[in-house]
Unconditional design. Sequence first.
Length: 327
Amino acid sequence: MTGRQDRVRDEAARSDDLYARLRRFEGRPAATAGVGKDPVNLPMIRHWCEAMGDDHPAYRGPDAVAPPTMLQAWTMGGLSGHTDRSPDYDALFALLDGAGYTSVVATDCEQEYLRPLRPGDRITFDAVIESVSDRKTTKLGTGHFVTTRMDVHAGGRLAGTHRFRILKYAPARAGGRPPRAEPPRRPRPVINRDNAGFWDGVAAHTLLIQRCTGCGRLRLPWLPGCVDCGAQEWDTVEAGGAGTVHSYVVMHHPPFPAFDPPYAVALVELAEGVRMVSNVVGVAYDEVRIGMPVRLEFLRVDEELELPVFRAGVAAEGSVATGGGEG
């Protein structure tokens, strides 16, 4: 056996040993009996809505509720932080730091809303280290994904759940790319009970728009309830496929695996009046223009995933693209 083979074998053994130690943290608390620093209150709701440009009447007045997406905001510790963080969470990070995974980046989060929060509600929360991945190699570097789950309570009742995932990694060497066993793949969409029907439609080459059965408002992306009348009942209509570029940005940096910047990301207004974010294909990134007509098609980016994209100009309705080089 060569010296290089010995080093590879030793490195694999160290990695397996570290992963076994990391897995022991799964299920341990990340925060215990946390208490929100302030009760749910109208000034914070107002600041949030002004920052988001959301003037929905449900968030104002004597019967106001908090926007559901504020769920995590009521648990934040501010500059002074919280004192309820578990020593297990600190120990997990110390183990990763000691193994050379000293950098951190947030990768995604997912929230589930179970009941509305109202001014005066006192917030408590508990968090658990839900999972630690095996070693992953990304363009940023090699490391481990750590997922925590926070259960948020109001008045002792579960109000929602917040899952947060980070990557603790060792930065890749400047000027080089980490080795890959296979070509990089697009990130997977987060599919839950609120949007599963949309992705089922994409798999069948249809773009489904939610329609409130209470007031008839169309909505995209999918939501569990109507932002106009609050009704939770809905059906769907199939988008015809025609649209125009309402706005767009050109992504230059930072690069991510499976993406080759620069490329255009557009906010497309469909003929039905709703808007969605996607790629414009069929033209160079610097040829995309506001008002450009586009037509829906479906792009297969790998053996498991198809995505709705929009081709510049008028294409045959229901056409299907293959390959991943244009999006």
